[in-house]
Design a protein around this ligand. Structure first.
Ligand SMILES: [Zn+2]
Length: 228
């Protein structure tokens, strides 16, 4: 909640409304977001983005337009960046994932957002959810939908692979098996121990490891990419 107040303050937005266990804030002139802590046993922070009706437009009353994907993305980025930063500082062992409500009427399942990158549809009980529609709502790109024959990111130049941006993308995908990758990339156990000591989270460790490997490996960029 404190971070949300700071976030909106930095943007000179409307003051944030604070309540008991929830806050309401204006994301931009049209959208507002409600951030709620659900009852303790659910261990969930529920985030809803609304688009307000525009007064003075031809349409009177509530126009139930869905929120713009860019506004949803902005809120989601704020929430995930805040979580990552709080974890980094105070709660390294706490994990979280981002879920969305199944859009099907009368279904209240919460599905992991990352599953939307696994295929064109996601099974939910007896029905299916179109992953493209969900990704669109969240302002995420279509990349990685056809995961059958294409990797999520399909770089063509060595410089696009051997760079911090791509490494950070890889780091998010690799997870806890990163030490194995380090061994395959011929880093020695002492390097891996140092990286573990110097960096707090797996993502930063993987990033550090890939950067060390890139600096140290004497082969050409082309063979580095192939090896990776
Ligand atoms: Zn469902």
């Amino acid at each position: 909640m404190v971070r949300a107040v700071r976030w909106i303050g930095d943007r000179n937005g409307e003051p944030v409304n604070l309540y008991h266990r929830h806050i309401s804030l204006m994301v931009d002139e049209e959208h507002h977001a409600l951030i709620e802590m659900l009852p303790r046993h659910e261990t969930t922070i529920k985030v809803t983005v609304f688009r307000g009706a525009v007064a003075g437009s031809d349409h009177d009353g509530d126009s139930h337009k869905p929120p713009a994907p860019s506004a949803v993305k902005e809120v989601m980025d704020f929430v995930t960046e805040t979580h990552d930063s709080l974890r980094q500082q105070y709660a390294r062992r706490i994990e979280y994932d981002v879920r969305f409500m199944c859009p099907s009427p009368n279904c209240s399942e919460k599905k992991p957002l990352k599953d939307c990158f696994k295929g064109k549809s996601l099974k939910c009980g007896l029905h299916h959810i179109s992953t493209a529609a969900i990704k669109f709502k969240f302002g995420m790109s279509e990349e990685g939908v056809e995961s059958g024959n294409k990797s999520p990111v399909n770089p063509c130049k060595e410089s696009e692979v051997l760079c911090p941006l791509y490494f950070s993308h890889l780091a998010e995908l690799i997870g806890s098996d990163w030490r194995l990758l380090g061994i395959r990339l011929e880093l020695n156990p002492a390097d891996i121990d140092h990286i573990t000591e110097d960096n707090l989270t797996a993502v930063y460790r993987i990033l550090a490891m890939l950067q060390l490997w890139r600096q140290r490996s004497s082969c050409t960029d082309k063979s580095k990419v192939e090896k990776l």
